[in-house]
Write a protein that binds this ligand. Structure first.
Ligand code: NAP
Length: 200
């Protein structure tokens, strides 16, 4: 790890609905693990401090501020870490600077984006740049993506076992669901519908 890349990962958007769930998970799983260095980031330090306190994050976990609309603050945040885990969304509204900065600087990037149009745009725009820099960009690591990703993996493993080759296509559908959309998910759906309307 280079001298300036002090952290293994930083969670950006730790004050949001999903961000707080990620913080809870980190506290449960990673506190006291000397091999993994992580930190939290958000746009509002007071809010970040209050989340950290309410989730029992110890004082030696650093808190950083960055605004996704402020390129310099985003680049500064990215420069500190080997990987950014961002839960600042809708990504098509707030995600451009952070993903670009990661792609250009060779920093790994993980999100839980559910906005296919934006991801398609970013894959076209940043694939060559990230291959050159060594940045690994991983979209859609959240709840509603994982069942589909793992479903395809399990299914293809079984199909390869039985037929010696993978299926050319796999279709998935959700028949029933419990729970509600989070605020950010509803906003992402709204932003995607507006972007689609503009294109038609
Ligand atoms: N794939 C999945 O399964 C899945 C599941 C849940 C959510 N999501 C996606 O995850 C994203 C977040 O959802 P959520 O419900 O957690 O949203 P949320 O509660 O609205 O949280 C959004 C976060 O982004 C921060 N933020 C907003 N504007 C910012 C800016 N200009 N600079 C820096 N930070 C900024 C907010 O900071 P403040 O607290 O200061 O406002 C907050 O921390 C959405 O895109 C949603 O679609 C995906």
């Amino acid at each position: 790890m280079s001298e300036t890349k002090k952290y293994d990962f930083i969670v950006f958007g730790a004050t949001g609905f999903t961000g707080k769930l990620v913080v809870e998970y980190l506290v449960e799983r990673y506190l006291g693990n000397p091999e993994i260095k992580w930190a939290l980031a958000g746009r509002n330090l007071e809010k970040l401090k209050s989340v950290a306190k309410s989730k029992n994050v110890p004082d030696d976990i650093c808190l950083f501020t960055a605004d996704s609309n402020d390129k310099t603050s985003v680049e500064n945040l990215v420069s500190k870490t080997r990987c950014i885990l961002t839960v600042v969304g809708p990504y098509q509204l707030y995600g451009n600077n952070i993903i670009e900065s990661c792609a250009k600087s060779g920093t790994d990037y993980v999100d839980l984006c559910g906005e296919p149009g934006w991801m398609h745009e970013k894959i076209n725009e940043l694939s060559d740049i990230s291959k050159e820099s060594g940045s690994r960009i991983v979209f859609s690591c959240g709840f509603d993506s994982i069942p589909f990703d793992l479903g395809v993996l399990f299914l293809q493993n079984e199909i390869i076992k039985r037929f010696n080759k993978p299926a050319p296509n796999v279709r998935g559908r959700v028949r029933a669901m419990n729970g509600e959309f989070s605020g950010g998910t509803a906003a992402s759906l709204g932003a995607t519908m507006s972007a689609l309307k503009e294109k038609t």
